[in-house]
Write a new protein. Structure first.
Length: 263
């Protein structure tokens, strides 16, 4: 088990769940992935739940933000950067919007929320005490972040401008993003067959057995949106939804995966 202690700028480093039912979400994900849940007190606000494996952080959860009453649950992704304020200052010129200006999160770090030109929302995280996920690219942890959008030609220059990402489009049209020499995120071009799904960043978890986990998710009250399916030579994936409506993808790989990033 490799424990990450720091992330280079430009890499995804954290995910968290916003949900209308925190207690129910904790019950679902701890049973599904074998996570432990610890509630961290937040002055003047509800606790923030830290999901852990063997004491190491893997994801977070909290209630929906004020004004989101009636909204379904959703996962958010955060990109690590050494200077959140500098990135936020470049967002408008790149064609995006800062929806939550840079702010300190106690002594844990500094964050901002931005929206790209296609409408997808992503967080920025400048670590202090909280570096992000200590375990990734291992069973039951985050392994991939994917932008799902109909407007790849507007999205790609935006992220390149903000984070110096490089991109490569394969023969099937799938785009991969690399940062600090590491391929670490993707872009899936969506179309009418996807329905009215807005642009968003999806999260992928590595699992040992997709079929077993998908069955367990349904038994726990979740929904199988896409049943276990092949992903070329990579492995098998399924798209699931928790009981409060948050979607996520689980992936069983045929071979070895990249080592966790950073140090």
């Amino acid at each position: 088990m490799k424990v990450v202690t720091s992330y280079p700028s430009g890499l995804f480093s954290w995910i968290d769940l916003s949900t209308p039912a925190v207690a129910e979400a904790k019950a679902f994900y701890t049973a599904l992935f074998g996570w432990d849940a610890e509630d961290i007190p937040v002055p003047g606000a509800p606790p923030y739940t830290m999901f852990r494996i063997e004491g190491y952080s893997v994801a977070g959860a909290g209630p929906l933000p004020p004004g989101s009453e009636g909204h379904h649950a959703y996962w958010s992704s955060y990109i690590n950067h050494e200077d959140v304020d500098a990135v936020a200052a470049r967002v408008a010129a790149a064609g995006g919007t800062v929806t939550r200006p840079p702010m300190d999160v106690m002594e844990e770090g500094r964050m901002a929320i931005i929206q790209d030109p296609t409408g997808a929302v992503v967080g920025l995280w400048q670590p202090k005490n909280h570096i992000g996920a200590q375990l990734v690219n291992q069973d039951n942890t985050l392994i991939w972040n994917e932008l799902q959008t109909r407007e790849s030609e507007r999205a790609i220059p935006f992220y390149q401008a903000l984070f110096d990402w490089t991109s490569r489009r394969d023969e099937n049209g799938y785009v991969t993003f690399a940062a600090d020499g590491r391929v670490q995120a993707g872009l899936m071009e969506t179309d009418d067959s996807w329905g009215e799904i807005p642009s968003h960043w999806a999260v992928y978890f590595k699992v040992a057995a997709v079929q077993d986990l998908a069955i367990r998710a349904e038994a726990l009250g979740g929904t199988m949106i896409v049943p276990p399916s092949r992903a070329g030579q990579m492995g098998t994936f399924a798209v699931l939804q928790d009981p409060q409506g948050a979607s996520f993808t689980v992936m069983e790989f045929d071979g070895e995966v990249d080592d966790p990033p950073g140090t």
